[in-house]
Design a protein around this ligand. Structure first.
Ligand code: ATP
Ligand code: MG
Length: 777
C-alpha cells in the first residue's frame, strides 16, 4: 500500500519526514508543543511496517490507552487494520500487566493476580495502620501510599529501604518512623493477596527482567522497535524497563518536550532525556520547531512564559498559522461569576461561530474548581463531561460488583472480600471480620481459606455466624464453578441476580438509588460490548482480561458510548497531548495556579510554569484566561491575587475583557472621588489607558487591571468582594485597616451600596461596599 504511504509522507514537513525515515538505531525527538511529535510517532510505525518490520515486533508506549487506540486507528488506515491489530501499544501499565500475567509464576504470583487501584491500596494501608496501632493523623494513608509509591518508582525495595539510613532518617524527621514497617507489611500483604498495585506493575516488570535473563532475552527479541511518546514524563522505573528492552537492538525512538514535563511530583524525571543521550552515544537527535496546532498569538504567548524557566533545552517554537485573536483575560468578582462568564462565553461562541460543544475545553489546576463551572454550564443547558474525579469504575456500586468478580477469580483478594462479605447485608459484622483477619494472620491463610476451613480452626465465632460465613463461601464457589463454562457477561449477570445486589439498590428508591441501578446495568452492557469486541478480533474475552482492562482504564477510556457532543472539563495534568479549538484556563490566581504548595523552590515553580505552558498550548484558535478576586476554598471565602503567569505573558498578546454581567448595569463605573477607601495613585500603562476609556464610554462592564501593575490594582480591585446583599445591619465585620465594627446602616444599591459602620477603634465610617473588603464575622 505504498501509495497511501507516500501521500502520508507528503503530509509531513522536512524534519518530521527525516525523523520518520530514520528507521534504525536510537533516536530522540525533542520538540515543542503541537509540533507533530505524536504524528511523527504514528507515521513512523506505519513506515516501519511498510519497510517489512513485523507488527509483532513493534512496541509503542503512550500516555493513555485512548491515545494508543487512536494511533492504531490511523496506522490501520495506512497499513491495513488486520496488521495494525498486532501492534503492542498502550500505556506502560497496560502493556506490562499483560507481560506480567504471562510470567507471574516466575515471581511467585498467580497469573490471575488482582490489580489494586489507588482506592484498594489506600484501604489496605488504612487497615495496616490501624492494626499497627499507629496514629492515623500522623500516618495519613494517602501520604504513606505516595511515599511507598516513590520508593517503588525509584526501585527502592523494602530491603533497600532498611539498608538506606538517609531514607529512614527522613521518615524519622517527618515523625513517621514506622513508614518502613508499613511499607514492609503492605508489600507482604499484597503478595499474599495475589495483588499488584500500579507501581508494582513497573517494579515487578523490572524484577522480572533483572532476575530472569531468558525472559529478558525473549522480550528483547520480540520488541525490536520501541517507541515512547511523552518521554519527558517517564519515571525511573519506566526508564529502566525501556532501557533493558531496547538494549539488544537499540532501535529505540523517544519523543518528548522538556517544557511539558509535569509529573515530577509523581516521580517523573526530566533527567531521563539527558540520560538518553548518555546511554546511546550515537543517538540521532531531531528537533521539530514548527507548531501546527495554534495561532501565532497563542504560540508566542506560550513562548514568552516558558522563557522564564531557567532549566530548558534549547529550541524555538514558531508557527506559520494566522495571528488569531488576542488571548482574552478576564477578571471576575467571584468563582461563581467566573463560571457564569465561561458558560456565557461558550454560549456566545457557539451562536456566533456555529460551533459544537466538543470544540471547547475548560482546564483547571485542581478538581475542586469544577463545581462552580458545572453549575453555570447546567444553568445554560450546555452539556459537559468531566474527566478525572471519580471515574465510572470507582463508584461504589460498580466496585462492589467488580469485587465479586475479582473475588471469584482470585479468592485471596482480601480488599475485594472485605468489600462484599457483608454487602448486601448478610449479618456478618465488623467484629467477625476482625476475628477472621487475626485468624488469617495466625494460620498464614487468606480470609477465604479460613472461612472454608472454619470447623478445623480455632476461631471464636458462634454457630449462626459460622453458617452465614459458610453460605457466603459456598456462593462464591458456585460462581467459580459457573465461571468455568459461562462467559464474562453471563457470570456477571448471575452474580447480580444471586447476590441481590440490584434488589438492594432498588429498595433505596431515591434518585441516587435509581442511577446506581442504571450504573450496574451499564456495567453489564459494558461487559457485553467487551465480549463482542474481543470475539470480533479473536482476542481473549475472559473475565480476568476484562477486569484487567477495567483496572487500567484511564479517564479517557470509560466513555466510549456517549455520543452527545460535550464540553470537556479536566485538570491540566489530564489535558496533556490533547487539543481543542477553544480553551478556557480558569482560576489563574496566586496560591491556586501556581499552587500554594509549589512556591517553595525554583524547581517546583518551574514545574507549575510548565503546567501553564501545557495548558495554553492545548488551544488551537482561541484561549481565555480567567481569575476570580474571591473564591470559596475549603469552605471559606478567600481573596485572590492574579497569577504571576498572567504578568509573565508578553502584553502584546493579551486583551483584557469585561465580564458580561447577567444584567448589565450602567452604573458600574462611578466617579473616582466616591472611593474614599481607594489608594490614591494608580497609573495605567498606555494600551490599557485606551481600553479604560473605551470601557468608560461604553459603560459596558468592568475594568481589568493593566499587566505589570496587576498587583497594585488588585489591591483596589480585590476589595469588591462584598458587593450586594451579603452585609446586613447588625453584622459584625472586619476591615483591613479599621479593624472590627458593627454595621449600623446601609444605603444605595449595587455598586453604590454603602455601609455605615461603627468601628471599635476607628470610629464611625461610611464605606462603599464594593471596595471596603469587609469580612463578616
Ligand atoms: P503535544 O506536545 O501537545 O503532544 P505534538 O508535538 O505531539 O503535541 P501533534 O499532536 O502530533 O503534536 O500535532 C499537533 C497538531 O498539528 C495535530 O492536529 C496534527 O495533526 C497537526 N500537524 C502536525 N504536523 C503537521 C503537518 N506537517 N501538517 C499539517 N498538520 C500537522
Ligand atoms: Mg503529542
Amino acid at each position: 500500500n505504498l501509495y497511501s504511504l507516500n501521500t502520508y509522507l507528503e503530509q509531513l514537513n522536512e524534519p518530521q519526514r527525516a525523523a520518520v525515515l530514520q528507521k534504525d538505531g536510537p533516536m530522540i525527538i525533542i520538540a515543542g508543543a503541537g509540533s507533530g511529535k505524536t504524528r511523527v510517532l504514528t507515521f513512523r510505525i506505519a513506515y516501519l511496517m511498510e519497510q517489512g518490520v513485523d507488527s509483532f515486533n513493534i512496541l509503542a508506549l503512550t500516555f493513555t490507552n485512548k491515545a494508543a487506540r487512536e494511533m492504531k486507528e490511523r496506522i490501520g488506515k495506512v497499513v491495513g487494520y488486520s496488521e495494525a491489530k498486532n501492534l503492542w501499544m498502550g500505556t506502560f501499565h497496560s502493556v506490562f500487566a499483560r507481560i506480567l500475567r504471562a510470567k507471574a509464576d516466575k515471581l511467585g504470583y498467580p497469573s490471575n493476580f488482582t490489580i489494586y487501584d489507588t482506592q484498594d491500596s489506600v484501604r489496605l494501608i488504612t487497615s495496616i495502620i490501624k492494626e499497627m496501632n499507629l496514629d492515623k493523623d500522623r500516618y495519613k494513608p494517602k501520604q504513606i501510599l505516595s511515599r511507598i509509591s516513590s520508593f517503588k518508582n525509584s526501585l527502592i525495595t523494602v530491603r533497600a529501604y532498611f539498608n538506606n539510613s538517609d531514607l529512614q532518617e527522613a521518615d524519622l524527621m517527618a515523625s513517621r518512623p514506622k513508614t518502613g514497617d508499613i511499607y514492609k507489611e503492605y508489600v507482604e500483604r499484597c503478595f499474599k493477596y495475589g495483588a499488584m498495585d500500579f507501581d508494582d506493575l513497573l517494579l515487578r516488570t523490572n524484577e522480572l527482567l533483572a532476575r530472569f535473563p531468558d525472559v529478558l532475552a525473549k522480550y528483547q527479541d520480540r520488541f525490536r522497535y520501541i517507541l515512547v511518546d511523552e518521554y519527558q514524563d517517564t519515571n525511573h522505573s519506566q526508564y529502566l524497563i525501556v532501557r533493558a528492552l531496547a538494549d539488544r537492538f537499540q532501535n529505540i525512538c523517544v519523543v518528548g518536550d522538556d517544557s511539558q514535563s509535569i509529573y515530577a511530583f509523581r516521580g517523573a524525571n526530566i533527567q531521563n532525556i539527558l540520560n538518553f543521550q548518555k546511554d546511546y552515544p550515537d543517538v540521532k537527535t531531531f528537533k521539530l520547531e514548527q507548531n501546527y496546532r495554534s495561532t501565532k498569538n497563542i504560540v508566542n504567548a506560550a513562548n514568552s512564559v516558558i522563557a522564564k524557566n531557567k532549566t530548558r533545552l534549547d529550541k524555538e517554537v514558531w508557527t506559520a498559522n494566522d495571528d488569531g485573536g488576542s488571548i482574552k483575560v478576564m477578571r471576575t468578582i467571584s468563582d461563581g461569576e467566573e463560571g457564569r462568564f465561561v458558560a456565557q462565553s461558550i454560549f456566545d461562541n457557539k451562536m456566533n461561530n456555529q460551533l459544537t460543544n466538543e470544540e471547547f475545553a475548560i482546564l483547571y489546576r485542581t478538581n475542586a474548581q469544577s463545581r462552580a463551572i458545572e453549575d453555570a454550564l447546567r444553568k445554560k443547558d450546555i452539556k459537559y463531561k468531566i474527566y478525572g474525579g471519580i471515574s465510572f469504575y470507582q463508584r461504589k456500586e460498580i466496585k462492589d460488583l467488580l469485587s465479586y468478580l475479582r473475588l471469584l477469580i482470585n479468592p485471596n483478594d482480601e480488599e475485594a472480600l472485605k468489600r462484599v462479605i457483608n454487602y448486601p447485608a448478610r449479618g456478618i459484622g465488623q467484629t467477625t471480620i476482625d476475628k477472621l483477619t487475626i485468624a488469617a494472620n495466625h494460620y498464614k491463610k487468606s480470609i477465604f481459606e479460613v472461612i472454608q476451613t472454619l470447623p478445623l480452626l480455632d476461631v471464636n465465632v458462634n454457630a449462626s455466624t459460622k453458617t452465614k460465613l459458610e453460605n457466603f463461601a459456598n456462593m462464591i464457589q458456585r460462581f467459580q464453578i459457573e465461571a468455568q463454562t459461562k462467559n464474562a457477561f453471563e457470570v456477571a449477570d448471575l452474580v447480580v441476580k444471586q447476590t441481590q445486589l440490584v434488589k438492594d439498590l432498588q429498595k433505596d428508591g431515591t434518585p441516587e438509588g435509581v442511577s446506581k441501578v442504571e450504573n450496574v446495568q451499564e456495567l453489564l452492557n459494558g461487559i457485553k460490548d467487551f465480549i463482542t469486541d474481543k470475539i470480533e478480533t479473536g482476542e481473549d474475552a475472559s473475565l480476568p482480561i476484562f477486569l484487567e482492562d477495567v483496572a487500567l482504564a484511564t479517564d479517557f477510556d470509560s466513555d466510549k458510548k456517549d455520543e452527545t457532543p460535550r464540553v470537556s472539563l479536566m485538570t491540566i495534568h489530564l489535558a496533556k497531548g490533547l487539543e481543542f479549538p477553544y480553551v478556557y484556563i480558569v482560576g489563574l490566581e496566586e496560591n491556586l495556579f501556581p499552587s500554594a504548595m509549589s512556591m517553595n523552590t525554583r524547581s517546583e515553580l518551574e514545574e507549575e510554569r510548565r503546567l501553564f505552558y501545557v495548558a495554553l498550548t492545548r488551544a488551537e484558535k482561541q484561549a481565555y484566561l480567567t481569575y476570580a478576586q474571591t473564591r470559596y476554598r475549603w469552605g471559606k471565602l478567600t481573596d485572590g491575587e492574579p497569577s504571576r503567569f498572567l504578568e509573565e505573558i508578553d502584553d502584546q498578546y493579551l486583551e483584557y475583557i469585561a465580564p458580561k454581567l447577567p444584567e448589565p448595569s450602567a452604573n458600574r463605573f462611578i466617579d473616582a472621588s466616591l472611593f474614599e477607601d481607594a489608594p490614591k495613585k494608580i497609573r495605567f500603562q498606555k494600551p490599557i489607558q485606551k481600553k479604560r476609556k473605551e470601557f468608560l464610554s461604553n459603560k459596558s462592564g468592568d475594568l481589568i487591571p493593566p499587566k505589570g501593575k496587576m498587583k497594585k490594582v488588585s489591591e483596589v480591585s480585590s476589595k469588591t468582594n462584598l458587593f450586594d446583599g451579603e452585609v446586613v445591619v447588625g453584622n459584625i465585620v472586619e476591615h483591613n485597616r479599621f479593624g472590627k465594627g458593627e454595621v449600623i446602616a446601609l444605603e444605595g444599591k449595587g455598586p453604590n451600596k454603602k455601609a455605615e459602620i461603627q468601628f471599635a477603634t476607628a470610629g464611625k465610617k461610611k464605606l462603599l461596599l464594593q471596595f471596603a473588603k469587609l469580612k463578616v464575622i
